[in-house]
Design a protein around this ligand. Structure first.
Ligand code: ATP
Ligand code: MG
Length: 523
């Protein structure tokens, strides 16, 4: 078969090849690939009938839902670009994103009707609000809006370079940026490597049942969902991440593969019931998006008893570019601490401050080149120019090194690196050592201003319930495991760590009070 050039065609193709099979199910509602093709035609026709034009952005503020995937792929059939909004953001931040993409239409899930009523005046681009479920008397209802249209294919020509989705970055290091991902970007990811040289974990069968457990406003939700549709697998969509429900999905739906971020894995694995659940149908758990403490990974391997694949990537690279396969998840192996090797068709380089490539085992900025690099950031020419420097290489802002065999070791974000007494310290390594302490549930490490050292290493620790190790105990424990200059000089105890919706620790928030009025160097 001819490789696909756009994702709208993928929907048509799957309707032909897998028509009567289930594309996805959501809270008891089941949609076949044939129905999905018709529903997405209706969505495309409805958008075009409203005067939404090819290249326009539309926004979605809602939790995961089957209707979101209809909107996403229906928009693609009209050449319209979906921009899902992180629903954990506050009103003004939501208004910023909707305004940033100049969306004429905003789709709202039932949980956010009140919020949108409150900020409606701050959404000048929005001409129409459509509620996906639940309804509001003053706004249109999604199902009625969609079903008023013909199910015939609008046949809008799509170029492979057209933008398929605009996904905002997680906002870990600053304001979220709209990464424009093209049809080619997505297809590059799923179509590289023919079936024969694809590793088993990256091969899908139509028998696969995939759980969309992460939020669709991140690549780990939307990208994962599109991946399942591409492969003609059955998708199970979780409205939001809930550890008890995830366990129930394993039991009731026979999930064979899923993607989760480490923070989510921790919630699931620490459910007391987790050890009694039957995971025999689960083949692969793919994880990534933030560093995983070694102790957590070990716990997950014991409990889930499936193949584990670590993924490294970012919104700007349409997700995964590097993966650590199951066979390298072996205790005691050095590789177990790496994020893995570049996927077929992906190049990785480690660059020094001047942008020159570094030899193996030297730490520098991770850069990447492949067909999955985004087209650019929406409306941010300067950020685009510093990330994509015209040479095809994308600067990730992450520090790391590569070994002789091409395994990538990620240290941390360059912006979070601590320089203490001239030594570079990467918080993730110190956090992992802290998490080895039996009383520690979670840890974050930051640099605070220090007269003598420039910056001093500080640990922020969340204790397991009922445990009471002291700051001195924890410092002494860490000193035995990592170099003295990396050992925290002080420990603060908190009931919880500030995290963004993808579970990433917001170190900049922990850092802020210490740096008020002072300039922290930007690495
Ligand atoms: P922002 O760019 O807005 O600050 P963000 O970088 O967290 O937010 P994402 O695109 O969701 O937004 O995340 C990509 C980042 O996540 C990577 O640059 C890297 O720092 C981190 N990351 C991804 N995978 C891994 C991994 N396997 N191990 C460690 N860190 C990872
Ligand atoms: Mg980023």
């Amino acid at each position: 078969t001819q490789p696909l050039t756009d994702l709208a065609d993928m929907v048509r193709e799957r309707a032909k090849s897998r028509g009567s099979s289930t594309a996805y199910e959501f809270e008891g509602r089941v949609t076949s690939f044939a129905e999905f093709d018709i529903k997405t035609n209706k969505v495309a026709n409805a958008l075009l009938a409203m005067g939404v034009k090819k290249g326009d952005r539309i926004a979605y503020l809602g939790k995961n839902s089957d209707l979101y995937f209809e909107l996403l792929m229906g928009a693609m059939k009209a050449g319209v670009v979906m921009a899902p909004v992180n629903w954990r953001l506050a009103g003004p931040e939501v208004a910023f994103i909707v305004g940033d993409c100049k969306a004429p239409v905003l789709f709202v899930g039932p949980e956010f009707i009140t919020q949108v009523r409150q900020i409606k005046d701050q959404l000048p681009s929005v001409r129409t609000v459509i509620t996906t479920e639940g309804g509001a008397p003053e706004w249109q209802d999604f199902t009625a809006w969609r079903d008023a249209q013909s199910g015939d294919d609008p046949k809008v020509p799509i170029d492979t370079k057209d933008i398929a989705i605009q996904l905002y970055t997680s906002g870990t290091t600053g304001k979220p940026k709209g990464a424009m991902l093209s049809h080619a970007n997505f297809l590059n990811l799923v179509q590289t490597g023919n079936a024969a040289d694809k590793p088993e974990w990256n091969r899908w069968s139509t028998e696969d049942v995939s759980l969309v457990a992460m939020p669709i406003f991140h690549i780990g939700g939307s990208g994962w969902g599109v991946m399942g549709l591409y492969h003609g697998a059955r998708g199970v969509i979780a409205r939001e991440f809930d550890p008890t429900k995830v366990l129930a999905f394993f039991e009731q739906s026979g999930i064979t593969k899923l993607f989760m971020v480490p923070a989510a894995m921790q919630f699931v694995v620490r459910q007391p019931r987790a050890r009694t659940v039957d995971f025999s149908r689960l083949k692969y758990m793919l994880y990534g998006a933030s560093p995983i403490p070694a102790a957590l990974l070990k716990e997950c391997i014991e409990v889930f008893k499936c193949g584990f694949v670590q993924m490294y990537g970012m919104t700007e690279t349409t997700g995964t570019i590097v993966a650590l396969p199951p066979e390298d998840h072996v205790e005691g192996l050095e590789r177990m601490r790496s994020a893995g090797k570049a996927l077929p068709g992906v190049e990785i380089a480690i660059l020094d401050v001047e942008g020159k490539p570094l030899p193996p085992r030297e730490v520098g900025e991770i850069a990447t080149r492949s067909g999955s690099n985004m087209a650019g950031y929406w409306n941010l020419p300067e950020a685009t120019a510093s990330t994509l420097r015209g040479d095809g290489w994308l600067r990730t802002g992450d520090a790391g090194y590569m070994d002789e065999d091409g395994y990538l070791y990620i240290h941390d974000r360059i912006k979070d690196m601590i320089i203490s007494g001239g030594e570079n310290i990467y918080p993730a390594e110190v956090e992992s050592a802290l998490c080895d302490h039996p009383d520690v549930a979670e840890a974050a490490v930051i640099g605070i201003p220090d007269e003598k050292w420039g910056e001093a290493v500080k640990a922020v620790v969340v204790m397991k319930p009922g445990k009471q190790a002291t700051a001195t105990d924890i410092i002494n424990f860490t000193r035995e495991r990592i170099a003295g200059f990396k050992t925290p000089k002080s420990v603060e105890f908190l009931p919880a760590l500030p995290r963004n919706p993808s579970g990433k620790i917001l170190r900049r928030q922990l850092r802020e009070p210490y740096w008020a009025g002072k300039d922290r160097r930007v690495n």
